[in-house]
Design a protein around this ligand. Sequence first.
Ligand SMILES: Cc1cc2nc3c(=O)[nH]c(=O)nc-3n(C[C@H](O)[C@H](O)[C@H](O)COP(=O)(O)O)c2cc1C
Length: 268
Amino acid sequence: MEYYENIVKKRNSCRSFSDRKVDDDVLNEILMYYEDEESDLVDDISTEIRFYIGTVWDKLKKSVGYNGVCIKAPMYMVLYSDKADHYLENAGYIAQGITLKMTELGLAACWMTINDAEEVTEALGEDTDKIVSCVVAFGYRAEDNDEKKAPKKSLDEMTDGRKFGKDIDTDVFYSEIEDGLRAIAHAQSFQNLQPYRIIVDDDQISLVGLPDDMTNDNDRHLNYGIVMFNFYAVMDAVRANTPKWSFEPADRDLGLPADVEYVAKCRI
Ligand SMILES: Cc1cc2nc3c(=O)[nH]c(=O)nc-3n(C[C@H](O)[C@H](O)[C@H](O)COP(=O)(O)O)c2cc1C
C-alpha cells in the first residue's frame, strides 16, 4: 500500500526541470540500487547504465524524443543492453525500477522515445556492443512546474475477468492484488496511450497488448516492461514470495481477438 501510494502514484513525468545539480552521492545511490537491489525480468541479459550531464542535449535531440522534442534536463540516464529475446521488456522493467528509485530520492524524470538507437550511441561517443534501450531525462522539478500526472485508465478499463472483454468480479479477484493492478493502471506509457490490458484469473494474471498504430515497436515493448515492473514492485512490498512474470506461452484460452497480442503471465 505504502509503496503504491508514496511512490507509484507520485511518479509523474517532468518536462521542465530546475538548474539544480544532481549531486554525486545521489547518482551513487541510484547506481547502488541498480547494482544491488534491482530485479531483472529476464535472467542473463547483460545491461549497463550510464549517466550524462545535460550538455549532451544538443547531441541527443536529433535522435531522441517524440514529436521532434527532446526534453532539456540536467541529467540523462541511458540503459545499454545486450540484444536477446525480450531485451526491451527487460530494459523497460529495469529502467522503470530506476525511475521509481528517482521518485523516492526526490528526483523527477521523463522517459524519452528513442528514434534511432545507433545514432544515440554515436552522438554520445560510446563504443559498445550493447544497444541503447532506454533514455530517461531526470533532475529536480522546476519550482513553477505544476505538471500533473496524466489521467489514467480506471481499473475497470484496465482489467478483464478470465477472458478478454469479460467483466471482472472485483470482490472475488481484487482483494490481494488490487494495489498491484492499480500500479499497472498508473504505469507510464508512450503518450499515455496505455495500449494493454490485464486478464485476471484465479491463479494468474495475463498481460495482453491492444492494437495501436501510434506506439512504435520499441516503445511498445518498453511499455510492457514498465507495467510488469510496477506490478512486481507493489507486490514485492507486501509479499514474501513475489510473483514473477513469465514469457512462456499462454496455457489457456484467453479469448483474444486476432489483433490483440498475448504478452506474458504472472502467477498470483
Ligand atoms: C516508452 C516511453 C516513451 C516516452 N517518450 C516520451 C517522449 O519522447 N517525450 C515525452 O515528453 N514523454 C515521453 N514519455 C512519457 C509519457 O508521455 C508519459 O509517461 C505519459 O504521458 C504518462 O504521464 P505520467 O508519466 O505523468 O503518468 C514516454 C513514456 C514511455 C513509457
